[in-house]
Write a protein that binds this ligand. Structure first.
Ligand code: UDP
Length: 237
């Protein structure tokens, strides 16, 4: 089955992706590989913006369970996403790709603040824009940040890079007979609580008609392939 070719996309990378084979933090080889994937996609003519997570460094909810005040913990989580964004920017610039980081929490000496029109302009000029700090408020996730920025930047699709090759009717790591959906409706993802992104992110994409393409980012060359409408993925639409 052929899928549409998407021109402007928002790529959501969870912090876990940048962790590589490790259990914590940033793996430079993995970040370099992901940067190479983004560069290849850009070379193929796509406009790409990225939202990075922070779960490889700090998760608000997990810290709150250990006694942190939730809002404070969430701010710490947002700061973790800024570190990931800088690591990815560094890797992209090392291979000659113009990249700007914009943070939802202004951090003037580190990166640009989030300014929608400015981000649009960067994309038009062929730069990669990395959005850090999610939506800038506690009690949200970077999934919601990804859906919000995808809508604001008029993206054709939200690409969710994960370690599985799509959305299954059961956990493929636990259930051998689990079947991958080629396409699946937003309503089914929500009603069956399929693990794609959190519910508020799914609802935002549904309400703004932004398909979510779930694919395996760990496989070399997969991002460019799926962007061409080939390869293995699931479209939530
Ligand atoms: N976070 C937040 N508001 C946002 C985005 C993120 O409070 O808009 C915090 C939250 O504590 C979260 C952490 O930042 O646990 C890291 O983000 P996330 O868990 O979404 O990262 P991922 O799972 O994608 O690595």
């Amino acid at each position: 089955m052929t899928r549409p070719r998407f021109n402007r996309v928002l790529l959501k990378l969870s912090g876990e992706v940048l962790m590589g084979p490790g259990q914590f933090g940033i793996d430079p080889d993995t970040v370099a590989r992901v940067a190479g994937e983004i560069a290849a996609a850009k070379e193929a003519g796509h406009e790409i913006c990225v939202v990075v997570g922070g779960g490889n460094i700090f998760r608000g909810l997990a810290a709150a369970a250990k006694g942190f005040e939730r809002a404070t913990a969430d701010y710490m989580g947002m700061l973790a996403t800024v570190m990931n964004a800088l690591a990815l920017q560094n890797a992209l610039e090392q291979i000659g790709v113009d990249t700007r980081v914009q943070s939802a929490i202004p951090m003037a000496s580190v990166c640009e603040p989030y300014i929608r029109r400015r981000a649009q302009r960067h994309l038009e000029k062929g730069r990669i824009v990395i959005f850090a700090a999610g939506v800038g408020s506690p009690f949200f996730t970077t999934d919601s940040g990804a859906a919000l920025r995808a809508a604001e930047m008029n993206c054709d699709a939200l690409f969710k890079g994960t370690s599985v090759d799509g959305v299954y009717d059961a956990d493929p790591k636990k259930v051998a007979s689990a079947t991958r959906y080629e396409t699946v409706a937003f309503s089914k993802v929500l009603s069956d609580d399929l693990k794609v992104m959190d519910a508020s992110a799914i609802a935002l994409c549904r309400d703004n008609d932004i398909p979510i393409v779930v694919f395996n980012i760990r496989e070399q060359g997969n991002l460019a392939q799926v962007l061409r409408g080939e390869g293995v993925a699931t479209i939530v639409q």
